[in-house]
Design a protein around this ligand. Structure first.
Ligand SMILES: *[C@@H]1O[C@H](CO)[C@@H](O)[C@H](O)[C@H]1NC(C)=O
Length: 595
């Protein structure tokens, strides 16, 4: 009996202890909480922890320090921090700085190398054609770099200087080789010196959508033990790790002789794996006669002008591939359409330039890898432009988005430059931009900060890179009829990968296209007035430090999510410009060390 009673007693004690433990105010004493419960110096009651903090203890230690500044992370007024936590509704939660946006980490660019010896090709040019010929080569190399950069790679042009740094160079130099074979060996030596990556002929172009599966896997890189080559490309494209390149060179160099013109023929085929690569277009000189006779004929007549025609042909094919990639056309986002005609005008101009047929020596031709394309010159319908007030998540549509600062949007909505705090609070809804463009995509009920997170994906996710372009209204011209600044177009070309037609010969066909004329959504206050308001708003957004209550700050505070979205786009664009400039600088120092 006794043992039984003591068990019951023990259970009771344990039960009471558990109760005490569960209901005690703080199971584990938290030094910070004890701190907070002490009266403050002047005896006032301390702030109670907010409901949010109470229910959702943060998973990581709260950041007390702003994250350290990263290299190349400012441009003008924009500041950013590249981090995996970019999908936070508010950047300031991470950076502790309202003006510093959190962007996704920069995508790593896999290097793609090409080899160019300025003294090699001109041998084929005649007399005074030589200078022109080198110019044509420069144009071709530029087109090659632009196309690969737009597809997410880091293109690098290698020259004999790079080949000379390879330890095999001394040996190779002593062997008599035909000039073709010498060029071939030097290009491998230069690649071997650089190491892991892709080696491509500069007549080899990526000719597919950004989200093409093959390009995705090329960007990612291989883990293969073999050197990847492309079927039927005869040495024009290889991808490999450094160890394999070295192995190939070690095998080939001792066997070099005059008879071979492709280095790979000297190496055991077991070192290679051949793949089909329908995403790549190769404009091999020998095949031009069959597929592009007009260009071939021009090259025969005068190599330099002929090669310029080839550059134009390739550019036209790249542009045409873009047009074919988006069968639903271009969407120029136009939220609050009664007020934003002037606001989207620059984006519409860009769209109209993009749907033009590129100049081409053979306007009806298709790229070598896409014989069934719809050539712009041959089809009756140009690419369609629409101006939806809502974002559509489809890969068939290329989206051009223009985001205004909340102050700009409010002054357009209210049709006045004299805005008061009272008006903002009484007469305007919060975050009209995000609510507007995501209404269909996310429904009417979601909160702005959740919309903001989806918006960031619309701008900067992997899916968005090749199918959208975002800019802030304030970075664009604000005069009616003004064409887009050429520096801006230059910049966009590195995203599109081809030259954007300039000088605006707008096709009359498209001018009357119902979808593309602005009058479809007539402006309420008149476009002229909209332009004036945008110009004035821009001045106010730029100006700093007035004594009276700053209405700009009020619009920002009232539209927290729209402001966040605006800063995000601004920083994202600024970063892409900085990224490209840094790459070009690095390229230039490369070139400088060669001579
Ligand atoms: C668009 O749709 C894809 C696929 O359904 C999805 O993964 C992506 O998150 C969507 N993007 C946005 C911005 O909603």
């Amino acid at each position: 009996m006794i043992p039984h009673r003591s068990t019951a007693l023990f259970s009771l004690v344990v039960f009471v202890a558990l109760l005490l433990f569960v209901y005690s105010p703080s199971a584990i004493p938290d030094p910070e909480e004890e701190d907070a419960s002490e009266p403050t110096k002047n005896g006032a009651l301390p702030n109670l922890p907010s409901l949010n903090n109470f229910h959702l203890p943060s998973l990581r230690a709260p950041a007390h320090e702003p994250p350290p500044e990263q290299k190349d992370s400012t441009s003008g007024e924009s500041k950013w921090f590249s981090n995996w936590e970019w999908l936070n509704p508010f950047s300031s939660a991470v950076t502790l700085d309202e003006k510093r946006a959190v962007l996704p980490p920069l995508r790593e660019r896999r290097p793609i190398y090409t080899y160019y010896n300025p003294k090699f090709n001109p041998k084929k040019h005649k007399g005074n054609d030589l200078k022109l010929g080198q110019d044509a080569d420069q144009q071709l190399l530029l087109a090659w770099r632009r196309a690969w950069f737009a597809q997410g790679f880091r293109p690098v042009v290698l020259t004999p200087g790079d080949a000379m740094k390879n330890p095999h160079f001394e040996t190779v130099q002593k062997i008599r080789l035909s000039s073709d074979m010498e060029n071939e060996v030097m290009r491998w030596l230069a690649w071997g010196h650089m190491g892991t990556g892709i080696l491509a002929d500069f007549h080899c172009f990526p000719m597919a959508r950004y989200d093409d599966d093959q390009l995705i896997s090329l960007r990612r890189g291989t883990t293969s033990e073999l050197i990847t080559r492309v079927e039927n490309f005869k040495g024009a494209f290889y991808a490999a790790e450094k160890a394999q390149i070295d192995e190939a060179l070690n095998a080939a160099v001792p066997k070099l002789n005059e008879k071979f013109t492709v280095l790979a023929d000297l190496i055991s085929p077991e070192l290679f794996q051949a793949q089909k690569f329908p995403a790549l277009a190769l404009y091999r000189t020998s095949s031009l006669t069959t597929h592009y006779p007009i260009v071939a004929e021009k090259i025969n007549k005068s190599p330099s002008t002929g090669r310029l025609a080839l550059v134009q042909l390739i550019n036209a094919h790249l542009h045409n591939t873009f047009q074919n990639a988006f069968p639903a056309g271009l969407a120029v986002l136009k939220p609050l359409p009664q007020h934003t005609t002037a606001l989207v005008e620059p984006a519409l101009r860009l769209a109209k330039a993009l749907i033009q047929c590129p100049e081409s020596p053979m306007p009806n031709s298709c790229p070598p890898n896409l014989p069934d394309c719809r050539a712009c010159g041959a089809s009756k319908q140009t690419m369609r432009i629409s101006q939806p007030d809502n974002y559509k998540n489809t890969t068939f549509l290329f989206t051009i988005g223009t985001i205004p600062h909340p102050y700009t949007l409010v002054s357009l909505q209210m049709n006045t430059e004299q805005i008061t705090t009272r008006q903002i609070r009484r007469d305007t809804a919060r975050d009209p931009f995000l609510t507007g463009i995501t209404k269909d995509h996310l429904g009417p009920d979601l909160g702005s900060s959740s919309r903001g997170v989806v918006f960031k994906q619309m701008v900067a996710s992997d899916e968005a890179v090749g199918s959208s372009l975002w800019m802030t209204v304030e970075s664009l011209p604000s005069e009616a009829g003004q064409s887009l600044p050429s520096e801006l177009l230059d910049e966009f070309e590195w995203q599109f990968g081809f030259k954007i037609p300039r000088g605006g010969k707008i096709d009359p066909k498209t001018e009357n296209d119902k979808e593309s004329v602005q009058h479809r959504n007539p402006s309420q206050q008149g476009v002229r007035q909209e332009y004036d308001l945008i110009t004035k708003a821009r001045e106010i957004i730029r100006s700093k430090g007035t004594n009276r209550i700053n209405v700009k700050d009020v619009t920002e505070a009232w539209n927290l999510a729209d402001t966040e979205a605006w800063r995000f786009v601004k920083a994202y664009r600024a970063r892409s410009v900085v990224e490209r400039r840094k790459w070009e600088e690095a390229e230039r120092t490369f070139a400088g060390s060669r001579h």
